[in-house]
Design a protein around this ligand. Structure first.
Ligand SMILES: CC(C)(COP(=O)(O)OP(=O)(O)OC[C@H]1O[C@@H](n2cnc3c(N)ncnc32)[C@H](O)[C@@H]1OP(=O)(O)O)[C@@H](O)C(=O)NCCC(=O)NCCS
Length: 183
């Protein structure tokens, strides 16, 4: 993985580059998010899940929000994945992790999560997220990178969600030793 403020001029299209999403990326990010979350919508038999209901204006507002850390993954010039960290007081929500269907299984989500955890502000003590209760592969992935289930809730579509948390110890790197940057 390499992180950079701007993409290299002649980026290797095979190399994933993680960098901040900016307002001009909002359209592409919404396209990737919608393509990614169709799988979850089909799993739960509803298109009303929040990542699919989100509008371009809402996504753009998140990118512009100083309390949000929006990251994208690029393969060459193509945006293929994204994730957002939403900071509130001493907690950060990891939200909207999405990877384009044809680029899955090569570690892009892992790199996005690793990069986001490396950006956690010093005041944050807990990183949390919700995941679909029937999304076994997602839940297993989050467990492997140090998240533990702490409760359940339902989203607006009535989908059962598991709430997972990962504590952040002051002075220690937040990314677990199992989270490694894949090349
Ligand atoms: C979940 C998602 C982001 C994973 O993206 P990805 O780039 O393919 O994931 P990675 O290649 O980084 O794999 C991450 C881990 O999950 C595992 N994994 C990924 N997809 C899997 C699948 N379909 N079945 C089983 N395991 C899977 C990988 O083996 C890997 O495990 P490891 O890191 O211990 O080796 C992607 O499938 C997606 O966008 N899904 C739809 C949206 C979604 O569900 N987002 C999460 C909401 S909580």
């Amino acid at each position: 993985m390499s992180a950079a403020a701007e993409p290299a001029a002649a980026a290797d299209p095979a190399e994933v580059v993680i960098r901040r999403l900016r307002a001009e990326h909002a359209g592409e990010a919404l396209t990737v998010q919608r393509a990614a979350f169709v799988d979850e919508a089909r799993r739960y038999r509803t298109s009303e899940i929040p990542p699919l209901r989100e509008t371009l204006a809402e996504l753009r507002a998140d990118i512009d929000d100083p309390a949000v850390i929006p990251l994208g993954a690029w393969l060459g010039s193509r945006l293929v994945g994204s994730v957002r960290g939403r900071v509130s007081a001493d907690r950060m929500e990891l939200a909207r992790l999405a990877v384009a269907p044809d680029t899955r299984g090569r570690g892009i989500a892992r790199q996005l999560v690793t990069a986001l955890l490396a950006e956690v502000p010093a005041r944050v003590r807990v990183v949390w997220l919700v995941a679909g209760g029937d999304s076994e592969a997602n839940l297993a992935f989050y467990r492997r990178v140090g998240f533990r289930p702490v409760g359940e809730r339902s989203d607006v579509a009535g989908v059962r969600l598991v709430v997972l948390e990962k504590p952040v110890e002051p002075g220690k790197p937040v990314d677990s030793t199992r989270v490694v940057a894949a090349g």
